[in-house]
Design a protein around this ligand. Structure first.
Ligand code: NAX
Length: 330
């Protein structure tokens, strides 16, 4: 393999999502069979041993694309020269914990990591998965002034995939036929899965599922509560599906989006799109140019129903921003 290696750091590498994500990246699935991958695993000191175990298993897979594995408990070391930073590691929400407590607990992680990225990496794209991912991404980018804000994104692809799968099942068609299902706003229960502009094969989603009542009712609740349903069934939060969504997210940004299509990701709002205040990390319909650049799709005609949902999720993100205000530098 003569290509320059791609360096990828995964934080929380010994966690559940890390355990699914690392193998798929190492396999060549994301960057191609002819591109060597150097993995960097960042973990907290108590989980370094477990990360070493994961690294042994990665070696044992014999992936020809995996050229190197580094393990570290220091952000600056782990981030040295990385091209992709997949920020997964953060504290999960405990029983009885309020969302704002989680935001306050996890915020400082992204201050440290933002600053470390600022010092250690320049040609880098950052994807935040660790929750609350929109606001964590906001904190990281504010603490990383050397890297353009547009290189930061937060993951709402799992929500998009969940929404598509639910619609496909209801419409009794393959999930590949569902297109342009944008998630708007926060990766939380206020997100708005925009079924009004999504299509199912040649039909509107509304026509394919037999009317709007299910979409406004059971569907909306099912998408928003899917994470909780998985915890209830599995006893653990989504991991393989989250890792798979992270792979989709990276691939979608790397590939030119086909004409007329879009995907979902939270990116910094430019303040001129759909009335979303500037700077918020907001999930929009996105089109990638395939060369590292992307655009927020303009001209999506929002109904009064959609507008109300988007205003609700915007309000929540503004409140989250207030909770972490003192962590925002830029
Ligand atoms: P786990 O608890 O299994 O793993 C998290 C790992 O992160 C642990 O090994 C821990 O030691 C490590 N960690 C914690 N703080 C760290 C730090 N400062 N530096 C490096 N490593 C650190 O959680 P997992 O199931 O893997 O989930 C990880 C995160 O993804 C959670 O915040 C979770 O809420 C979030 N999720 C986000 C999703 C999304 O769609 N955006 C969906 C799935 C998931 O819920």
């Amino acid at each position: 393999m003569s290509k320059k290696p791609v360096r990828v750091v995964v934080t929380g590498a010994a966690g559940q999502i890390g355990y699914s994500l690392l193998f798929r990246i190492a396999s060549g699935e994301v960057f191609g069979a002819d591109t060597p991958v150097e993995l960097s695993l960042l973990e907290l000191p108590p989980a370094i041993k477990a990360a070493e175990g994961t690294a042994m298993e990665l070696e044992d897979c014999g992936f020809p694309t995996l050229s190197k594995i580094n393990i570290s408990d220091t952000a600056e070391t782990a981030f040295e020269g990385v091209n992709w930073a997949l920020l997964v590691g953060s504290k999960p929400r405990g029983p009885g914990m309020e969302r704002n407590d989680l935001i306050r607990d996890n915020g400082p992680i992204f201050v440290t990591q933002g600053k470390a990225l600022n010092r250690a990496a320049s040609d880098v794209r950052i994807v935040v998965v660790g929750n609350p991912c929109n606001t964590n991404a906001l904190i990281a980018l504010h603490n990383c002034r050397e890297v353009p804000a547009t290189r930061f994104s937060a993951m709402t692809m799992l929500d998009e995939n969940r929404a598509k799968a639910l619609i496909a099942k209801k419409a009794e068609i393959g999930v590949g036929a569902i297109r342009n299902l944008a998630i708007w706003g926060n990766h939380s229960s206020t997100m708005y899965p925009d079924f009004e502009h999504a299509t199912a094969g040649e039909k509107s989603v509304e026509a394919a599922v037999g009317g709007r009542a299910w979409l406004e009712g059971d569907f909306m609740v099912a998408v928003q509560k899917r994470g909780a349903a998985i915890i209830a069934a599995r006893g653990k939060s989504s991991a393989a599906s989250a890792a798979s969504a992270c792979i989709d997210h990276v691939k979608r940004f790397m590939t030119k989006t086909p004409s007329g299509e879009w995907f979902s990701a939270a990116v910094p709002s430019d303040g001129n799109s759909y009335g979303v205040p500037a700077g918020l990390m907001f999930s929009f319909p996105i089109r990638s140019h395939g060369d590292g650049k992307y655009e927020v799709v303009q001209g999506v005609n929002l109904s009064a129903y959609a507008r109300k949902k988007i205003d609700e999720t915007t309000k929540e993100l503004l409140e989250e921003r207030e909770v972490v205000r003192q962590l925002l530098l830029r």
